[in-house]
Structure formats: structure tokens, C-alpha cells
Design a binder for this molecule. Sequence first.
Ligand SMILES: Cc1ncc(COP(=O)(O)O)c(C=O)c1O
Length: 417
Amino acid sequence: MAAAAVDRYAYTVPVSREWTVEHDALRAHVIRSTTADLVHVLDPSAQIPYIPQHNLPTPPQTSPVLAPLDLRSHPALERVSDTPVHEMIQAIVADKDEDEAAFFAADLSAVYEAVQMWRASALGERVEIFYAIKCNPSPVVLHFLSLLGLSFDCASASEVNQVLSLPAKPDPRRIIFANPCKAPSHIRQAAQGGVDMMTFDNADELYKVKRTHPTAKLVLRILTDDSKSLCRLGLKYGAPLSTCPGLLATAKQLGLNVVGVSFHVGSGCKDPAQFSDAFWRAKKVFNMAKEAGYDFSLLDIGGGFERETFAQMSEVVRDALDVYFPAASGVRVIAEPGRFLVSSAFTLATSIIARRRAHMPDEPVAGPSTPMSLDDSPADAEGEGEGADVMYYINDGVYGAFNCIMFDHQIVHPYPL
Ligand SMILES: Cc1ncc(COP(=O)(O)O)c(C=O)c1O
């Protein structure tokens, strides 16, 4: 397909319905501009191997079930100027008058590039993407990814419904309900929507599925080494190898259809050896399944990928696949990347709403002084002399958009406009 340049778009509804409920005042502005601009805003010193691309080519049509790709015809997208993200943020802020509410700016071309990076990598030929929508359920991101022919990893009934109601009407076979501990009502709703693929890692879940969706295609989520990852998901999910024969025997007794294995090496995986270890374990469970009377056909390698290390990780994964699950085995391989696809596309704009001098923990508490004027430095106004540290207060925090600091161990970098 010819790569025609398409225009820039702005998306000026809240970034996610769920976030809007939680953050009443949060407004999102999704804009698309050049990747170089976005990288500059996010991290001027970034060494990320972005593809230098100034016009976003028309995305290739990858799935025959999709409608023709004309993003302009979608009502959620409207044309805007070719403005870098930081300038767009400045313009939005200037326009907002007295409204200092925080908002997100996003660059869909960064999402597009991540998909292209995956497809051009050692994994591209073999591993299908099921985007983990919990990482960013923004309707425009989901819409965009569905147009690119991606499938989806959902963790709840509401996520399943969100995907099924996208304008591209994705086939329910393009969803995996990848939560090993589901509420019965969520399984029923998924079944009603035609979603069959779902994970489990414990015997109770098998009995639950037997009651609520007995024809489901079950995927056994196994525990793997995630000790070198930023977010260790194994603390919550994953069956140790020693429990797998028992789980498979129970599934067989219940007449359930177990089709494969899934794992997740932890988000922000820093050690490629964790992937090699996970493939070795998965292969063991494929063999256990044979003994239990199953013939597995699916391997789900989860997420954990980061842009910075993707080239190396994808080669390790490709090599492990060649060793344990070569293409000739006929095993279908899927992955559930989340952060890899979206994290570099979103920039949060917040306002500084207050400032004051920072008091050191061992310092005596000083008495009140003259009120601070905007022309004073906080240190001057509080009578503490030069060199004092200043604390700036912004209007979002760890209970809001910065929860990644608590849960994902992220370090955030502020860039004053
Ligand atoms: C089951 C599952 N799949 C995929 C993901 C996405 O992982 P990542 O963002 O590391 O790619 C997560 C976690 O966020 C998850 O829990």
C-alpha cells in the first residue's frame, strides 16, 4: 500500500471514561505530531532508537475484517495543525484561561511506531499482539489499535465490553480474558459477548468456569522468574510448575478445554534470561499437558517489554521460540504488551499551584514571616536567606496520574514550559 501522508488530529474528549469519573477535572487532549517532537518533550536526552519519521504513513490494513482505513471519517478525530506536542500544550494552556486542570497530551504516531517496531522485529512474523488495555484504555488508543488489526488482553468485563463496542467491531476471538482470578459475573458477561479465551492458575477458577462458561478455551498461567522486573506480577498470579499436573488433571475431570500456557515475566523486565527461563517452563507444561491428555496449541508470552531493550529482548524471545516452540510445531504464539505500546505516547501537563520553602527534617520550625509576593523568591519571603530549597506543588499526585510512582516504580521527569 502506498504510504500517503495523513493530517494531524486532535482528540479533545477525556482520555478515558474511567479516569474521568475518578478525576472530575481531568481533560485529555490527544494530539498527533512528529515523534521527534514528542521524544523531545518527554526526555530531551533520550537515546531511544526511534524511527525518524515526520509524517505518519497511512496504517496498512492488516486484517480482512476491518473497515477501510480512513481515520478522518471517524467523528472522534478532528484535524489540527502540525504543531509539536509541547507547543500544543502551551496553546491549550493559554486557551484555558483560569482553568488550570491537569490534562494528558498524546501522540498517536508514537503508538503507531511501537506497533511497527514490533512488526519489523524478530517477533513480527511469529507473535501476534494482544494489547493489554489496562495499561491505557483511552478510547482513541483502542480505536486506533483495532484499526491496525491488533487483538486485546482484557482483565475485566468492562474492558471486554469496551473492546467489543469499538467502531471496528473486533471479533470476540481477538480478545483474551487474561485474568486468572475472575468474578463469576464477569465470566458470564464475557461468554455472552462470545469471548472464549481466558486464563486460570488455580483449581477454584476451573470449577467457576465449569459453572459459568464450560466451553471456554482455557490457558494455564504459570509462575516464572520475575525477580529482575520492575513490577513483579508473580506475587499475585501464576501456578508453580509443581501444581500444574494437578490442575490439568482437575480440568480433564471437569471436561474443560485447556488449550495452552501463558506467562508474564513482570513489567519492566530487565533480564532477558527471565524470558528464556519462562519458555523452558512453558515447554515443561506443554509436556505435562500431553500426559494429561491435552494437545496444547497456544503459547501466550505476556508483556514486560520496554522500548529501550526491545531489540535485545525480541531476539532472545525469537531464539527461545526456535528452541522450544519452532514454527513447525504449529503452536500459535501471542503476547500481551501494554506499556511498550503506549507509555512513550502520553505526556501529562500539570500546573504549579503553590510554592513554599522546604523545611529540612532536623531544622527548628521557624515562626511566621511576611506574606510572599510573586516577585519574591520563597526563601526571601520566608526570611530564610539564599540557597533555600523550594517546594513546588502541582495539581496531580500519587493518588491520580502519578500512581505509576507507587505501583510501577517509575521515575518522572518534569519539564517546565
Ligand atoms: C496479564 C497481563 N498481561 C499484560 C500486561 C502488560 O504488561 P506490560 O505493560 O509489562 O507489557 C499486564 C500488566 O500490566 C498483565 O497483568
